[in-house]
Design a protein around this ligand. Structure first.
Ligand code: NAD
Length: 302
């Protein structure tokens, strides 16, 4: 049994913490939002009144926060409080599962090590269903020894953990993968709208592309038009799923990384712009990222 502090009990963190409790670990949780704490308490998580209380006595501190800004503020403190790094016992393993900038992941890692701790990044794919079912894939940036310590916990929360390299490596892999995902969803959506204008049915185009060289996950698992893949959000009014806002965030992280590294990625950069504009137009309405097909249709004259 490991003593775990779980900070960030939202859509992903809540069920991940619940799975750790169900596997017999001693989990103390903290979130800024009372409703998240209540839900976690219902799943057997011991609820702490502050971040300091959550990490007191923890062997491992897991964070599942919205962004790098939140992560760095939680680690270092934000003026009002000391921060998790100062509150934890020396030698605690800090395991961050949020999706953040590679630079923020490396900064968080360095701050943890400087404070006398061990740290690793392990962002996930698999969404809320994967978090609930314990089938997430972890992309891990860590020293071997730290991954070995974390592996039993990753095995509870996920089905697979790929060691991608040292600190920041997990975030790097996540950003590269989601850049392909955003670009491929946009390309598949454009193909369906073009097919519509050329008089093709969705099913005919699907039947060809799904067995031809246009085949990809965005088509066969998450088809952006209703019909061919009954489980895709297109059949459900584009209810997320994987929210367009999260895709825009991940493509923004990819765009930052492209700028920092000087890599020219015409398709990835354009996908980031298209998704950013799409999300701005949604005005907070929750839509799945595959609803981008509607914006392609609109921009093409309805
Ligand atoms: P969420 O907004 O539901 O949860 C984040 C939680 O963090 C919130 O409850 C918020 O109150 C809490 N929080 C913020 N700052 C805090 C602080 N200082 N101390 C304690 N709690 C704090 O977000 P989510 O959907 O759970 O996503 C979490 C991370 O996982 C994000 O980085 C996201 O990009 C990534 N992710 C999400 C999905 C998905 O499908 N939702 C899939 C893969 C990865």
């Amino acid at each position: 049994m490991t003593a775990i502090a779980f900070v960030g009990l939202g859509n992903m963190g809540g069920p991940m913490a619940a799975n750790l409790v169900a596997a017999g670990h001693d989990v103390t949780g903290y979130d800024l939002v009372p409703e998240a704490l209540e839900r976690a308490a219902g799943a057997g998580v011991r609820v702490a009144g502050s971040a300091a209380e959550a990490v007191a006595g923890a062997d491992v501190v897991i964070t599942m926060l919205p962004s790098g800004r939140h992560l760095l503020a939680a680690y270092r403190g934000d003026g009002g409080s000391e921060g998790l790094l100062a509150d934890a016992l020396p030698g605690t393993l800090f395991l961050d599962c949020s999706t953040v900038d590679v630079a923020d992941a490396r900064a968080a890692n360095a701050a943890a090590v400087e404070a006398g701790h061990r740290a690793m990044d392990a962002p996930v794919s698999g969404g809320v269903a994967g978090a609930e079912g314990g089938t997430l894939t972890f992309m891990v940036g860590a020293e071997e020894a730290d991954l070995a310590t974390a592996r039993p916990l990753l095995d509870v929360m996920g089905g697979r953990a790929v060691h991608c390299g040292g600190p920041g490596g997990g975030q790097a892999a996540k950003i590269c993968n989601n850049m392909v995902l955003g670009a491929s969803m946009l390309a598949v959506s454009e193909a369906f709208v073009l097919g519509e204008r050329l008089g093709l049915t969705h099913q005919a185009l699907y039947d060809v592309m799904s067995t031809a060289s246009g085949q990809c996950w965005s088509l066969t698992s998450y088809c952006p038009v209703p019909g061919p893949v009954p489980t895709s959000p297109a059949n459900n009014g584009y209810r997320p799923g994987f929210a367009a806002a999260l895709m825009a965030k991940d493509l923004g992280l990819a765009a930052n990384a492209l700028e920092e590294t000087g890599v020219e990625a015409l398709v990835g950069s354009r996908a980031a712009e298209v998704y950013r504009a799409f999300v701005e137009g949604l005005d907070g309405e929750p839509r799945d990222f595959s609803a981008i097909v509607e914006s392609v249709r609109e921009r093409s004259g309805g």
